[in-house]
Ligand binder design. Sequence first.
Ligand code: SF4
Length: 278
Amino acid sequence: MKINVAKSAGFCFGVKRALKIALDTSKTGSKVEMLGDIVHNEDVVKEIKKAGVGKIRRLRKGDNKILLIRAHGASEEIYEKASNLGYTIVDATCPMVKEIHKIAKISKKEGCEVIIIGDKKHDEVRGIMGQLQDKAVVIDSIKKIPLTKLKKVKKACVVVQSTQNMDKTIPIVDILKKHINDLKFFNTICRPTRVKQKEIKAMPLKNDVIIIIGSRTSANTKRLYQIAKSLNKRSYWIQSRDEIKKSWFSNTQSVGIMAGASTPDYTTKDVIKYIALL
Ligand code: SF4
């Protein structure tokens, strides 16, 4: 059985960078806290916790403490509140997410209604919304475009959550263009996501079985799985090798392996090793 591993499998640049910042910061001697998990992966979360970076639900007194802003970014309110409480801020927001913040803020200043295509509850989308004084419109599906509200909008800017599916984004933008005369579209799906999506569109057609590795909490892994499944019914989403079933590989000549942007290489290697011995 041939095993084909996607070139783009595993950590993206933003996750690698955030983890390095977190581990470096943990060595400074100060107490380091984070609002939520560093990335959506249980093993990485454990690693960071072991290094001494604590997870908190809300900000309290921050004297002599560092607040680590995660790769997803945060709202202006968090930065302000943390500074007022005495925290030193170490910002691990992915530069590509920072770019979305910049576009949204400039567009708002220019009088545009900001429209975000993304998951309403995702931290990255919340962070983008939290960069703006007024509320932004969030569209998470083509079926839920608030057309009545948007018909009154004369000028708008569209940004996209960095890990969205390109094929689902473009039809939404096309509908928006029909209803808003002055609409600027910024395709802010990040490069690592585009590369992964391009690969996962090709792999299911070239392999009998597809294995997608990543946490159930990882939105980008979920999207990779959805794309793979739509092209090859024998696509499986696993968190670790323990979930692999031997029956998946009967009459199989080749297996394609892809891992989400927050899946560590050791998990992927473990899966490859296991499948190679089947
Ligand atoms: S998925 Fe893209 S935007 Fe998100 S952390 Fe990775 S590189 Fe940055």
